[in-house]
Design a binder for this molecule. Structure first.
Ligand SMILES: [Zn+2]
Length: 255
């Protein structure tokens, strides 16, 4: 497994400062979070490409811009954010993009289905395929306005948008918050391609915890060898990020 840091934590900094802060902490790998781009409608992806190359960091994954849809009229905007994220992934040479189903959970099921079809099946999936990029759907927390926090909800989504090619980004923080860790692991263990790692409320783990080692052991048993991406709340102090890194450097040595 490879330790990585979501650079979303430094999204308030300029891109060069953002990458420099990641490097200063000693990380070699990042997940590029689209919120690091000041304006998500900014299409200057070559600037990101140059900054990444100059930093020497490896970008393992990219977190798509949020594709909020609380009304079907917003489908086109969601498609746009999704496509810009994919363009950025291409510029950064990333072949795995994490997506949410940010279709509002308040929408009736038939409207949700229509939105998912129009966004993913008609637009985002063919575009990702053309670029050679794999998509990985993330499990959400109960606090999210989007849909997809447990197996039942994720299955509803996957039934519409998946034809066997959709990966899963397993968010351990969300899974713990919704008490769905075991259910989600059992159902999706074999198709996980990215892990978002944090304690509840996206606080960092700074010391070994039983639930953490048990999770890593299960992941290992499923044959997982992909990224363990620390995805931390943006107010996390630098010392805490460093402590968390040291902990995972130690823990991941065992896998
Ligand atoms: Zn996440």
């Amino acid at each position: 497994m490879k330790l990585s840091l979501s650079n979303g934590i430094f999204s308030k900094l300029s891109l060069d400062e953002n990458f420099a802060a990641v490097k200063k902490l000693g990380f070699a790998n990042i997940e590029f979070n689209m919120k690091s781009i000041k304006k998500e409608h900014d299409t200057a992806v070559y600037r990101e490409q140059k900054a990444l190359a100059a930093s020497g960091l490896n970008c393992l994954t990219l977190h798509s811009a949020i594709m909020h849809v609380k009304d079907p009229i917003e489908v086109h905007q969601a498609v746009y954010y999704g496509k810009i994220s994919l363009e950025c992934a291409r510029a950064l040479g990333v072949s795995l993009v994490t997506v949410h189903s940010d279709i509002a959970k308040k929408l009736p099921q038939n409207a949700r289905e229509r939105c998912l079809t129009e966004i993913f099946n008609d637009e985002i999936k063919p575009f990702a395929k053309k670029l050679g990029i794999k998509l990985a759907l993330e499990n959400l927390s109960y606090t999210s306005t989007g849909f997809g926090k447990n197996v039942e909800q994720l299955e509803e989504i996957l039934k519409i948008i998946d034809n066997g090619d959709m990966g899963i980004t397993f968010d351990f923080c969300h899974a713990q918050e919704t008490k769905q860790t075991d259910n989600l692991l059992e159902k999706y263990g074999k198709r996980i391609c990215n892990v978002h790692m944090a304690n509840k409320s996206h606080k960092p783990f700074t010391e070994p915890k039983q639930e953490l080692t048990s999770f890593l052991t299960k992941l290992h048993d499923y044959g997982y060898d992909g990224p363990i991406t620390l995805e931390l709340e943006h107010k996390t102090p630098i010392e805490e990020i460093a402590k968390s890194k040291a902990l995972f450097d130690r823990l991941l040595r065992g896998f």
